[in-house]
Design a protein around this ligand. Structure first.
Ligand code: GDP
Length: 433
């Protein structure tokens, strides 16, 4: 998916536009504990083209002066985005800070779409021509509060999208990323994985955009490790903000089939771990929980079980994710990881037979009759799998509102038992027949 970044001074209305373009798409249906609603990076759609949107205004640099912040934001946009929406305020005219940002964007050679916000009525359109002076061609008048002009602006944005990269569509390759707090051992684990016997790291550098993805082969399977925040240190600006490193993690998650969420056995589970794991869950990716630094723990009979219980109670929303214990440093148990990655990715892409699925549903109904609400009974007619990655099912019913979440949960468990979906979330939608 292409990436669009919105850049501009504080208060020009970046977040309002961001929220309008993103809509409800990001608000997750489930009530997942430990999952934040960080809206700095989200999916959007225009004319059947999906893209990701970054609000660089959410990138905070503490009390740095405005210009420093703006430069950092512009740099993030240049590094990460395919197209940049440069937003100015139609009521203020061109300011010094606008010119400063324009200079940086101009040098980058990235496509820039100039949006003049707060043009709330047609008369004001007359006044936007001064913005030609910024050097980005025709300014697009928009109004975030009234939702005006966004269509024309987006038409121009999607025109600049690059052709899709072919290799991202190659389904044979298993793409995975490692996420986790700083110092949980992400880089160490990548090195240990790549250092294993019979792992052949491809000479060709990864995909065009980042060129820091690492393709490798093990046992005749192709994998790509997708780089995440902090894995390669990229200088001050990049480390300056936690939210920015989260954004990089989100980008990596997006491109992954499987996400390894790392926990440090030495320092234990922390709030931030849950937040980070929540991102992987929300994205609908296969997830493996990796407990690293297991060498620092005095291992007795029960310790692993106890730690796993702790993980389970802290990460209830990841009940489908296997837990793997290992040490990136001593390489102990490291060989257990890739088989789990492989299995999770296969389950994530699994398609089940419709007739067998319906047998499972019929058996489930016999075992636990469907609920009634106010005297009306839920009737299930038919189920079918509508998507993979993650596997998604539509269940046709008499009245979707009668599908209580506990019953949906029960059906999910029956489906899991029947088909084995370890490592992947699955989705069930009730639809009226
Ligand atoms: P990252 O920030 O998540 O990429 O973490 P690093 O890979 O840079 O590791 C942070 C620190 O933890 C380094 O000092 C590593 O040597 C150490 N470390 C990583 N994995 C292990 C492990 O399995 N056991 C122990 N004892 N230390 C580890």
């Amino acid at each position: 998916k292409s990436i669009v970044a919105i850049v501009g001074r504080p208060n020009v209305g970046k977040s309002t536009i961001f929220n309008r373009l993103v809509g409800d798409r990001i608000s997750i249906v489930e009530d997942t504990p430990g999952v934040t609603r960080d809206r700095i990076y989200a999916g959007a759609e225009w004319l059947n083209t999906q893209f990701n949107l970054i609000d660089t205004g959410g990138i905070e640099l503490g009390d740095e002066p405005l210009l420093v912040q703006m430069r950092a934001q512009a740099q993030v946009a240049i590094d990460e985005a395919d197209v940049i929406i440069f937003m100015v305020n139609g009521r203020d005219g061109i300011t010094g800070a606008d010119e400063e940002v324009a200079k940086i964007l101009f040098k980058s050679n990235k496509p820039v779409v100039l949006a003049v916000n707060k043009v709330d009525n047609p008369q004001m359109r007359e006044d936007i021509y001064e913005f030609y002076a910024l050097g980005f061609g025709e300014p697009f008048p928009i109004s975030g509060t009234h939702g005006l002009g966004l269509g024309d602006m987006l038409d121009d944005v999607v025109k600049h999208f690059p052709e899709r990269e072919l290799d991202e569509e190659d389904d044979e390759t298993i793409r995975f990323s490692l996420i986790g707090r700083p110092n949980v051992g992400k880089s160490s684990l990548v090195n240990s994985l790549l250092g294993q016997e019979r792992v052949i790291v491809s000479e060709i550098a990864g995909t065009t955009r980042d060129a820091i993805d690492t393709p490798f082969t093990k046992d005749e399977r192709d994998y790509v490790i997708i780089d995440t925040a902090g894995m390669r240190k990229r200088g001050k600006v990049y480390e300056a903000t936690e939210r920015y490193s989260i954004m990089r993690a989100l980008k990596a998650i997006e491109r992954s089939d499987v996400v390894l969420t790392l926990i440090d056995a030495e320092s234990g589970i922390q709030e931030q771990d849950k937040k980070i794991a929540g991102y992987a869950h929300e994205a609908g990716k296969a997830v493996i929980i990796v407990v690293n630094k297991w060498d620092t723990v005095d291992v007795e009979e029960k310790t692993m079980k106890e730690f796993e219980d702790k993980v389970r109670s802290n990460f209830r929303f990841l009940d489908y994710a296997p837990v793997v214990f290992l040490s990136a440093k001593t390489k102990k148990r490291i060989h257990t990881l890739l088989p789990k990655v492989l299995e999770a990715s296969e389950n994530h892409a699994k398609r089940v037979q419709t007739n067998i699925l319906n047998e499972v549903i019929v058996d489930a109904l016999a075992m636990n009759p469907s609920p009634s609400i106010k005297g009306q009974k839920l009737k299930i007619f038919y189920a079918t799998q509508v998507a993979v990655k993650p596997p998604s099912f539509v269940v046709f019913v008499n009245e979707p509102e009668l599908m209580h979440f506990t019953y949906e949960r029960f059906l999910e468990n029956r489906i899991r038992e029947a088909f084995g979906f370890e490592g992947t979330p699955i989705k069930i939608f009730a639809r009226k027949r």
